[in-house]
Design a protein around this ligand. Structure first.
Ligand SMILES: Nc1ncnc2c1ncn2[C@@H]1O[C@H](COP(=O)(O)OP(=O)(O)OP(=O)(O)O)[C@@H](O)[C@H]1O
Ligand SMILES: [Mg+2]
Length: 408
């Protein structure tokens, strides 16, 4: 914000801003990668996970648990399993048991088991050959490696919804069954499968479904008071004393409560702090929170967004996914339309013809959710470019994935 009457020369704004005091003590606990040592309201689930894996520690080689963790966006699926993985590895170490925890996000590997296994194998053999194997062969190679190294692994497949969508039943079937093909040998591969939508299990074969449904950990959306206590822990670590009141923390929890999403709450508090700092305020005020809420995911809050029809949402999802993948500012109409068609297939909607899709683009751009402009040099031919000016593509994607309903 450059004010007209600012006495600060334009070239000095950044230096001047950074020389001012900040209300943050340490921003790290508010970053999304941060792994908290305590998980309020998920301690029972953490304990339960420990119980499910007890025999892996007490009698290694005898059992290989297969656990399903499910819950909406921001309910702590990732953080719960990562905390568990870190803690059980530490315990195993003190017992001199060779155990590794490997956390894989399936989205990162486009839902390809082959790519996932390659990454897992590269953990042990950095020069692992690139080609020439099927994923089933890779699985056997992995088990051979574990045997020769006397190693146990707990493999977590995060966002396995993507794996199921990309490969149907086969991958999870193979993963859950492979050790049965090697009778008499110690079992060394345990699995934690994280899915957001329980109904994605319907796409699996009966036998894999029943294996996974045997041990389900369901994480409910957080309530206001739960969000409050999660926030309090973070705020204490991240903000200087006296810079954020109980009341403001409650206000943020209240705002995040409809989604029950801890990620949203944490992002809000961080951003509100940034607004406070920008104004050189000595504390975070409700007004900063409101400004933060305006800017975090505006698209999800506007009343209009609730009224988007299924196809407008699918188009938006296609665009968000494209931009998230390419990390570009704009996507071409052509690219977006392809991604839209894929989203239609995924949600079992017959896709609409180009002229109709073009109308959706017009409506979405009229509301300001997407921006359009004619193509510039660099894009072949003449096309319209589409952008998402109001929120990060990943946030829009997550929001749509949680709100879109698939046809039965
Ligand atoms: N009980 C908790 N205590 C402390 N922090 C938490 C708790 N639950 C979630 N968080 C924090 O909230 C954020 C979101 O949690 P997480 O990423 O685990 O959600 P998720 O269920 O995996 O969401 P998604 O479905 O989008 O992947 C993270 O920053 C995480 O550290
Ligand atoms: Mg997650």
């Amino acid at each position: 914000m450059i004010q007209k009457n600012s006495l600060i020369p334009p070239g000095e704004i950044v230096r001047e801003a950074l020389s001012r005091p900040t209300i943050f003590k340490n921003e790290e606990p508010l970053s999304l990668e941060w792994l908290p040592s305590r998980l309020p309201h998920r301690e029972t689930q953490l304990r339960f996970l420990a119980e499910l894996f007890r025999s892996v520690i007490d009698r290694p080689g005898t059992t290989s648990p297969k656990i399903l963790v499910t819950g909406d966006i921001g309910t702590g699926k990732t953080v719960l399993t990562q905390r568990f993985g870190t803690d059980i590895t530490r315990t195993a170490k003190t017992l001199k048991l060779n155990l590794q925890y490997i956390h894989i996000n399936c989205r990162e590997f486009r839902g390809s088991l082959f790519m996932i296994l390659k990454r897992v194998l590269q953990n042990f053999t950095p020069q692992f050959p690139q080609r020439g194997f099927s994923s089933e062969e890779l699985l056997h190679i992995l088990l051979d490696q574990l045997e020769s190294k006397n190693l146990h692994i707990i493999l977590t497949l995060d966002e396995a919804d993507v794996l199921i969508k990309a490969e149907g039943s086969t991958s999870l079937y193979n993963l859950t069954r492979i050790q049965e093909e090697r009778p008499g040998r110690p079992v060394r591969l345990s699995l934690i499968v994280i899915i957001r939508e329980l109904r994605n299990l319907d796409d699996l074969d009966r036998s894999t479904q029943s294996t996974l449904q045997r041990n389900v950990i369901r994480l409910d959306r957080y309530t206001i008071s739960q969000l409050e206590s999660i926030l309090r822990e973070r705020v204490e670590l991240a903000f200087k004393e006296g810079t954020i009141s109980e009341e403001v923390v409650e206000f943020i929890a209240d705002m995040a409560a409809p989604a029950g999403d801890a990620r949203y709450a944490i992002e809000l508090v961080w951003r509100a702090g940034k607004y406070a700092d920008t104004e050189t305020s000595r504390e975070v005020k409700a007004e900063h929170v409101r400004a933060a809420a305006q800017s975090v995911y505006p698209v999800m809050r506007t009343d209009y967004a609730q009224h988007l029809n299924q196809h407008e949402k699918l188009l938006l999802l296609g665009l968000a996914r494209t931009l998230e993948r390419t990390q570009e500012t704009y996507a071409s109409m052509g690219e977006t339309e392809i991604a839209y068609k894929m989203a239609c297939e995924e949600y079992k909607e017959p896709y609409r013809a180009h002229t109709q899709v073009w109308k959706y683009v017009q409506t979405l751009s009229a509301t300001g959710i997407i921006s359009t402009q004619p193509s510039t040099a660099g894009f072949r031919g003449k096309t319209t470019l589409l952008g998402l000016p109001t929120a990060p593509a990943s946030a829009i994607r997550r929001w749509l994935e949680s709100s879109l309903v698939r046809r039965p």
